[in-house]
Each structure stands twice: as structure tokens, then as C-alpha cells.
Design a protein around this ligand. Sequence first.
Ligand code: NDP
Length: 295
Amino acid sequence: MKILDGNTLSQQIRNEIKEQVAQYVAQGNRKPHLAAILVGENPASKAYVGMKIKDCEEVGFKSTLFKKEESITEDELMKLIQELNEDNNLDGFIVQLPLPRHIDEDKILLAIDPIKDVDGFHPTNFGRMAQGLETFIPATPFGIMRMLERFDVPTAGKHCVVIGRSNIVGRPMSILMSQKGGHANSTVTICHSGTQDLNKYTKDADIIIAALGQPYFLTADMVKEGVTIIDVGINRIDADNKKGFKLVGDVDYESVKDKSAYITPVPGGVGPMTRAMLLENTLLAYKRFFLQEEK
Ligand code: NDP
């Protein structure tokens, strides 16, 4: 069994990005610049944005945080997005989700200029991804693809079962794993809450990507020997520690690990890769539109 260590790999990737940034800056260019819009006081959102800003500092990016009150109106938020779309000193920006209920998330995400949509959530970028064109791939699926490639996990011709069909994880994952090019070329089954006899699919799978948001859902009796397990889940469960909770995945790691050829831990697997890919997408935006290096 090999553990796919997302902490170590994401550190390597951040080091590589840092080196590239240092070279660009040494050549007299400005730093890549990422902005984040954070609305309200959701503790998890604040923590995520805080980590993203810390990551930017580490690799030498400029970052700007637009912290807005929970009471901000949709029109005010749309106006801010318009300003950021037009700001030539900004390579990309993200709107941290979830937004307060009175704001239509889809409308907000659609307002982001696709060329600055480093989260890759805009339908234009999603469509480009689906057609295998150069684009911003949503950070979690991008991080998983990078992980499979860098650890040289066999994927071609394998049966990959994705559990979950959300627009940010499951569905893009299923598309990327089925692509002909790159480190993919799997035969993909996508499962969801309407799937009947899920075990039938998971037991046949060479690769399982669990992204359903149910703690310890995937157990040893549901998988075959030699399976590759990618655990996307981040679930908060009560724990007898100072915080009163701990984070666990969608996979019952302890029981499944002995049957696995490769497995990602939680924490320390997909999560840190997701963070690193936001940096990669920002660097890509910078190269494309500031340096005009890429398509
Ligand atoms: P969503 O809730 O948007 O989607 C969950 C999907 O799982 C849905 O398609 C749902 O089916 C399916 N599902 C739920 N229960 C079952 C079940 N019992 N059997 C089969 N399918 C089921 O979640 P996300 O995709 O946003 O996130 C999934 C998990 O990944 C969460 O734990 C989240 O915290 C985590 N996550 C982790 C990230 C990271 O960086 N590591 C990043 C993003 C998310 P249906 O469509 O029918 O409702």
C-alpha cells in the first residue's frame, strides 16, 4: 500500500511555483496577483480564505482580500466583481462559497470574467474542460489529476468509479478521468444518491474517487484488493479533543487501506493539493494575460 501524500507533493509544487515567480520578478515583472472576496463570518470560509492568502505569501504572489459584511446586497457584490474583472493589475479572483442566502450564487459566478475565474467554476471554463481545451480546471479535480500523474498511479484502461456528481468535484472528475489525453484514459462510472446497488460498482472499481460528504462511507467490504482510493471528503465529526471535532474523509481509511494499492489520507491528501492548484491556476492566468506566454 502506498500513501499518496498530498502534503509533501503540494509543498514540492509550491516550491516550483515560488521558483518561477522569483524568476519572473527578477526579470522586472510584477508579481502574480490573486484576490478573494469573503462575505460574512462563516468560520470555515474565513479559515479557507486565510489559508489561501498564506499560500500566496509563501510563493511570492500578491494577494488582496475583499472582506464584506453579511448584509452586502447582490448589486453591490456584482459591482465589486465588475471592478475586479476590469482591474488589469489582478490576474484572478475567487468568491468564497457559500454566499448568504439573499445572494444568487449562480448569478455571481456567471458574472466573473472567465479569464479571471481561477476557481474554474464558470460554465465557459467548465465547457472548455469538458472538450479538453486549455482552461482553469476546478482546483480539487485538478489536484487529484496532478496527484495521480506525479505518483504515476496507473489509470489508462482502468475502471474508475466516482461517487458524487457535484459541479465542483464529482462531475468534473468523471470528465477528466475519461479524457483520452494526459494521465487519464479510464473507463468511468459516475455514482450518486440515485445509484442502485452501489457496491456492484465499487467492488469492480480499480480506482474509486469518493466525493459524497458522508463520513467513513466507503468500507473494506465495498472494494476489491489492489484498488486505488482517492478520498475527497472533509467531514467534521465530534471528537474528544481541544477543538471538540476532527476532520475525517468519506472513506473508512483504517479498514480500506490494507486492500489498497494507493490511498489518500484525510487530512493530508486531496485537501493540500486543492490549495496548491488554486496557485497553479493563478500562475496560469498571469502567464496568459499578463505575460502573454500561453494561449
Ligand atoms: P455535494 O454535497 O455537492 O455532492 C455530494 C454528491 O454525493 C452528490 O452528487 C450526491 O448525490 C452524492 N451522494 C450523497 N450521498 C450519497 C450516497 N449515500 N451514495 C451515493 N452518492 C451520494 O458535495 P461536494 O461535491 O461539494 O463535496 C463532497 C465532499 O468533498 C464533501 O465532504 C466536501 O467537504 C468535500 N470537499 C473536499 C474538498 C477538498 O479540497 N478535499 C473540496 C471540495 C469538497 P445527488 O447528486 O444525487 O444528491
